[in-house]
Write a new protein. Structure first.
Lengths: 112, 529, 110, 376
């Protein structure tokens, strides 16, 4: 069992820090303090954090903050970042308009 | 649905090299790239590459890009630009967005060579306009011809930070400092030395405390950090800047593999999440390969070889070449790759404390802390024996895989030997004719021609010069030291340009004889409008 | 910011024809086909948008279409990545505030 | 594993497991939750359209969901100390053809018979409620007390609150077997260890079937893939939950401003996967086409994310919430068939009451596990 699987793992109380106001997820404007606090609410994984706070779920889908978030969670849990799973990747790789994604495919080369 | 033998995602060094190799074996290959221009980062890399001939050493990145693209096109590879692969699905299917349309394609094999993206580091004010990635600066300058800013502070002293700092200087920007929280410069010493001799100061064991300004960057405060990277009070320094460049490493852009269900590995040595691959780049899903930075952060030269390997393996997988042929190809490629993965900066040596060169010479700590060699270092690395007449002086003190200088000298004055990570040595039994090809060939700009017999009072120093406007013959300016400090008056004797030098001008200046071991750069005293 | 007219390694900067476009209603000049963000930077525009929650200014960050920080309203479409969208003659580019145009938001509140 | 024997072991850390655990703990029982995956809320709880609906449901589960909407949802934010983003602004089930209206009428009639405030509305009225609809829409069923919420913060909110009450959660703890001792449930065997309790609640979504099988109980559920997508933030447009007569798509605009839509291609049962629910290449494009037929104004909205998930589809598409007579001490709450989120909190509360007192506020008889009979 992973050390972080036991959700009763003792991590102490949330202690406010001077840089809690620092933006981590630039798209959704989620701060370091919010992430740290959420760890104390039980969000021990990147996946749960993303679902709980929406960090890394904005327009860029975590291109910039994924690693940063993971490191903050790991530090709060006092484990190595590699203990935590990396963020999941989902299509589309870049934002894509509904009318483009939904276009019925007409592949002219179908019979080539 | 249209089906190709091989779909390659990414037209950078790895992707194009893979395409060339596969097309040579007769595969029908398509390469998709989301950018308007092919070449990946190559087209932003304007410095000369390291390595040896097989690795395209001393060729500038963007020219390598042009060569690869021409070769791929000639072999019938379909390179589709402005074509974003938005997803990779089961059965090796991809969705590609081109303009206002999407297309579904399948490949019998897929090579993903999507490269890397820049890491960032949060600090107070990091979201202000004017804080940009170093890659962003490179894109603005070298692709779009615009200065990212006027006064710039670089955060990060790895090769990207160093190379981009030099490029910023070349573009006419002012780099006020290079800052790194680490106690040592992370990139090649020769890259640091190029920047240092232009007068850019290094602040190691420092980090950005805050960036501030009204709506945009106006000021940055840095401070010293202790060994646990905590700011030390009352060490603040303030700079007036309009731009902060962040160069704190790269992460593989491996999302497509994860989407397709490949087994992943989170590996800090490789820069982050990478697909689990065999040594030739094949992932846990048969027929899906990874090549280049997406499989682990290295550099463009190794990415090209990894691309070739994946191209050969895809060919064999699809029956376009025999396994014997594959084995032979891979053996040669592996040899080339191995020669690049040597030296002080090799992945296998990351995190190791290196105290001497492979020749047994204690390394320069000044270079690691300040970006330039001290006088004592110079004495240690080059023999004190006086050489008559014009001769090369080589200030290359770290074992990195690179040997163009050896090939450049037609008189065989410079020796490296078979192991290309060895330090070059000047063979005093051979006579230098002062052609300067070695000066232009050195990717690290670490070779100078010195003539201490020019006259009884003066010496001539020939140095690589890649700035505009070029000084004129007869122009009087100042010679500076390795750290960019003004040393003495200097007069330009000649400025040679030649196709063989590939945009590296050879500037020869006259300095007082006593300064011949110290004068390493020429500074204009007034600018010419 | 200044454009680089001649570069020691890359030579003369090649550009498309000069065209004009609208930035928040004001005419600006740029070169056809270059990213919108480049034309804006050349004209000294650093702020592309204000964020939804904190209303803080943002501009170009990655310059290669990944970070989505430089998004603006282009010809009426919000969240357009200006660092990779080529400039077209007569294009209407607006500073984004949250997900709407700042100029229009301003008008509404009047 | 050193573990004092809890009063109840809950298998499954989704909305049903977490809410059950929370209400059990509130009643003073000690609870251990075992989640098979590494993440809390990893199944359908995190992969759904966020509907908190009564309309369109089978009459057998209507009383339970109606009870939840009256008794739980309105105060859930303060109960859990998390914004569950609950909007009770109604549900529109849209129709474009006469055939659609017939389907809607039928559903409406059944719900009215159960006492639900739902009615058919015409072209004009539907546009008054939602002005963004395409001309093709000719009518809808309208239930003003329906709504939507954020499934992620709700599920994790129950987790947070339960944890604060002392519920012990262990993730990555896959249950492989249940065992009776002396005629009663006693052991929960995982890949790693054996836990013991005299009361076990099986709330493991589609995994429930395999687990129940180990103790000789057949729960007729199977997993079925659904796909969803999320758009970038859009200016605020409307607050209702949306669905269609043909179930082409469903979804809502979240508090955050993004739209969340789900839908199906019709080919899901025949698709392969690679061990995790993976988006197909045709899913999101299909959902987009569905949405644009009803909401042309969204055609320029950008999709930022797509995902897929498995729902636990029961043989008659209605949940099983019951005490298992053959295995004293074993309770089951699963088979929510893709509409378990809105009803989840009520299911949790009622199950907690059933376990703690032997009785539940809502009569769960229609949801018994032994209701499945051969057709002839």
């Amino acid at each position: 069992m992973h050390s972080i699987n036991d959700r009763n793992k003792e991590i102490g109380k949330f202690i406010p820090a001077a840089d809690d106001d620092l933006i981590i997820c630039r798209c959704e404007e989620i701060t370091k303090g919010e992430i740290r606090k959420a760890v104390h609410d039980g969000m021990f994984t990147v996946t749960e954090m993303r679902r709980y706070l929406r960090c890394g779920m904005g327009l860029c889908q975590g291109q910039t903050c994924a690693k940063l978030t993971k490191n903050i969670i790991a530090r709060e849990l006092n484990v190595s970042p590699s203990t935590l799973e990396p963020a999941t990747s989902r299509s589309p790789m870049r934002p894509i308009e509904m009318k483009i994604l939904g276009k019925e495919e007409v592949n002219k080369n179908e019979r080539d | 649905m249209k089906r190709y033998d091989l779909i390659i995602v990414g037209a950078g060094p790895a992707g194009l090299s893979a395409a060339i190799e596969a097309a040579k074996k007769g595969l029908h290959v398509v390469v998709f790239d989301e950018n308007l221009r092919p070449g990946g980062q190559l087209f932003k890399q304007i410095h000369k590459f390291f390595g040896s001939k097989e690795h395209q050493a001393k060729v500038r990145g963007f020219n390598i890009g042009k060569k690869l693209l021409a070769e791929a096109t000639q072999l019938g590879v379909e390179v589709q630009l402005n074509a974003t692969v938005t997803g990779m699905y089961l059965d090796k299917e991809v969705i590609v967005k081109k303009g206002d349309e999407i297309f579904h394609f399948k490949g019998d094999a897929i090579i993903v060579a999507t490269g890397a993206s820049e890491n960032s580091v949060p600090f107070k004010g990091w979201t202000l306009p004017g804080v940009i990635g170093a890659g962003a600066a490179q894109t603005m300058m070298n692709l779009h011809g615009i200065k990212p800013g006027k006064k710039i502070l670089m955060l990060g002293s790895g090769n990207v930070g160093l190379v981009v700092s030099f490029q910023l200087l070349q573009a006419g920007c002012d780099v006020v400092a290079i800052v790194d929280a680490a106690p040592h410069i992370g990139g090649y010493g020769v890259h640091a030395a190029k920047v240092a001799r232009c007068g850019v100061p290094f602040y190691l064991s420092h980090t950005i405390q805050s960036v501030s300004g009204d709506e945009k960057v106006e000021k940055v405060v840095i401070g010293a950090v202790d060994s646990s990277f905590t700011l030390i009070p009352e060490t603040e320094k303030t700079f007036t800047v309009d731009t902060i460049c962040v160069a704190v490493g790269l992460s593989p852009m491996s999302q497509l593999f994860k989407m397709a269900g490949c087994k992943m590995d989170d590996n800090p040595k490789k820069g982050g999440q990478v697909p689990v691959c065999n040594e030739w780049g094949e992932t846990s899903i048969k027929g899906i390969f990874a090549a280049g930075d997406v499989a682990g952060i290295e550099e463009a030269s190794s990415a090209m070889i990894e691309g070739k390997m994946a191209g050969v393996c895809a060919s064999e997988y699809l029956g376009y070449c025999s396994s014997a042929e594959q084995a032979k190809d891979l053996e040669n490629m592996a040899k080339d790759l191995d020669s690049l993965r040597q030296g002080m900066f090799a992945i296998k040596n990351r995190g190791k404390k290196i105290e001497t060169t492979m020749e047994g010479i204690p390394i320069s700590t000044n270079l690691l802390k300040k970006g330039f060699l001290s006088d004592a270092d110079i004495k240690r690395f080059s023999p004190t024996k006086k050489i008559a007449g014009v001769h090369p002086v080589i200030e290359c003190t770290q074992n990195i895989p690179c040997n163009p200088c050896q090939d450049a000298c037609v008189r065989h004055c410079i020796k490296i030997g078979k192991d290309i990570t060895a330090l070059p040595v000047v063979d005093t039994t051979k006579t230098c004719m002062g052609c300067g090809l070695c000066v232009a060939a050195c990717s690290g700009q670490a070779i100078f021609l010195v003539n201490e017999d020019f006259s009884s009072d003066y010496a001539l120093i020939t140095l690589p010069y890649e700035f505009l406007p070029l000084p004129q013959k007869g122009e009087k300016g100042k010679a500076t030291t390795r750290s960019g400090e003004i040393l003495c008056d200097a007069e330009v004797i000649s400025v040679k340009t030649s196709k063989a030098y590939d945009h590296t001008a050879l500037l020869t200046m006259k300095v007082p004889l006593a300064m011949s071991e110290k004068a390493r750069f020429f500074k204009k005293v007034k600018s010419y409008a | 910011m200044e454009r680089i007219t001649e570069h020691p390694i890359l030579g003369e900067t090649k550009k498309g024809r000069e065209i004009s476009f609208l930035f928040d209603g004001k005419p600006l000049k740029g070169y056809e086909g270059e990213p919108i963000a480049v034309a804006l930077r050349a004209a000294g525009v650093m702020t592309h948008r204000y964020t939804q929650k904190r209303h803080e200014p943002r501009g170009v960050f990655c310059a290669i279409g990944r970070c989505t920080d430089c998004v603006m309203i282009v010809d009426g479409v919000p969240n357009t990545r200006t660092c990779i969208t080529p400039l077209v003659e007569g294009m209407k580019v607006q500073t984004q505030d949250g997900v709407v145009a700042k100029e229009e938001k301003g008008e509404r509140s009047k | 594993m050193k573990e004092t024997k809890p009063d109840v072991i809950v298998i499954g850390g989704g909305i049903v497991g977490n809410s059950s655990a929370y209400y059990l703990a509130k009643r003073g029982l000690s609870v251990l939750v075992l989640e098979g995956s590494d993440f809390i809320g990893n199944g359908g709880s995190s992969r759904n359209g966020g509907g908190v609906r009564q309309s369109g449901r089978d009459p057998r589960e209507l009383p339970l969901v109606m009870w939840g909407i009256q008794n739980i949802w309105p105060t859930l934010n303060s109960e859990l100390g998390v914004d569950v983003e609950y909007y009770q602004k109604g549900n529109l089930r849209l129709g474009k053809t006469a055939q659609h209206l017939k389907i809607l009428q039928n559903l409406t009639d059944k719900a009215v018979a159960c006492g639900l405030d739902v009615r058919m509305i015409d072209r004009d009225e539907v546009r008054k409620i939602n002005p963004y609809l395409s001309d093709e829409v000719i009518g809808a069923s309208w239930c003003p007390t329906d709504g939507h919420a954020n499934p992620l913060t709700t599920t994790l909110g129950y987790y947070k609150a339960a944890r604060a009450l002392g519920v012990h959660f262990i993730t990555g703890e896959k249950v492989v077997e249940l065992k009776k001792v002396k005629g009663k449930i006693h052991q929960v065997i995982t890949e790693n260890t054996t836990y013991t309790a005299d009361c076990v609640l099986l709330a493991a979504g589609y995994e429930s079937r395999a687990i129940a099988k180990t103790i000789g109980i057949n729960i007729p559920v199977r997993k079925l893939k659904i796909e969803c997508l999320v758009t970038e933030i859009q200016p605020r447009m409307f607050e209702q939950m949306l669905g269609t007569a043909e179930a082409d798509f469903y979804g809502h605009q979240s508090k955050h401003g993004s739209f969340v839509f789900g839908g199906s291609t019709g080919l899901e049962p025949y698709e392969t996967d690679n061990g995790t629910p993976i988006s197909s290449s045709i899913g999101a494009p299909c959902i987009c086409r569905g949405i644009m037929k009803y909401f042309p104004a969204l055609s320029r909205a950008k999709i930022v994310r797509t995902w897929a998930g498995w729902v636990d589809e029961c043989a008659d598409k209605v949940a099983i919430i019951d005490k298992i007579d053959e295995v004293p001490g074993l309770f089951v709450s699963c088979g929510f068939s893709g509409h378990g989120f809105g009803i989840g909190p009520a299911a949790g509360y009622n199950m907690a009451e059933l376990i703690a007192t032997g009785e539940s506020p809502v009569d769960l008889t229609p949801l018994r596990y032994n209701r499945f009979k051969a057709k002839i």
